[in-house]
Design a protein around this ligand. Structure first.
Ligand code: CA
Length: 219
């Protein structure tokens, strides 16, 4: 399923056996990615299931994704979307998104996903410039941590009132709570966590799944 430091080892197998429902194509994608050096960038399977649930529970149709990697999250979300649902997906890597494209094909969801290769800040800025704002129902941010704040502000602008953004890795393997850890990524995540805590434009909650996910709903 992909290990989470938030679930004790002794419980992980029980959780996987009792809750996880993962389609064949998603399992195959997860296993192909697990063999890669950068495998840690893949979301956990139970987190994918949570995101699919969220999409269905909120009736989301238009989605944004910042950080595609090999496509687990976009595939699981696209499968949960209705037939006319779409994802505008941002990433900078040809190499990783080539894997994603292969699985979008396999899962039969390619037509739902509009991949924009290039820096996500530029892509989001062009969406903002194109207007109208407030058009998106759901967004997932899971890319380079030092740009999280820049992504969040743009995504919030693009979400409709009541739209939800999910932000990944907000507990950062527990390092956010260790104030002696001062590397750029940890500091950036702490900063975005503090920013959201104070941000009265959104309702927030923490979902302790995977590496920690913040959900923020635009007021
Ligand atoms: Ca992540």
């Amino acid at each position: 399923m992909g290990k989470s430091f938030l679930i004790p080892e002794s419980l992980a197998t029980y959780v996987e056996n009792s809750w996880l429902r993962e389609s064949e194509v998603l399992r195959e994608l997860r296993e192909e990615t697990a063999a890669m050096e950068t495998a840690g960038m893949q979301i956990a399977a139970d987190q994918g299931q949570f995101m699919a649930f969220l999409i269905k529970a909120t009736g989301a149709k238009r989605c944004l994704e910042v950080g595609v990697f090999t496509g687990y999250s976009s595939t699981v979300v696209a499968l949960a979307l209705p037939a006319d649902g779409t994802i505008l997906a941002c990433d900078v890597s040809e190499e990783f998104t080539a894997v994603a494209r292969k699985y979008w094909e396999k899962a039969g969801v390619s037509h739902k996903i509009d991949l924009r290769l290039g820096p996500a800040v530029e892509t989001l800025d062009s969406l903002i410039a194109d207007g109208p704002s407030g058009a998106y129902d759901f967004a997932f941010i899971d890319a380079d941590k030092p740009s999280y704040l820049a992504y969040y502000e743009r995504v919030l602008f693009l979400l409709r009132k009541g739209g939800v953004v999910a932000i990944d890795n907000v507990l950062w393997d527990g390092k956010v709570a260790d104030l002696e850890v001062l590397d750029e990524q940890t500091v950036a995540i702490r900063q975005v966590n503090e920013h959201l805590h104070r941000d009265d434009r959104v309702d927030i909650c923490l979902v302790p799944i995977g590496d920690g996910v913040t959900l923020a709903r635009k007021r």
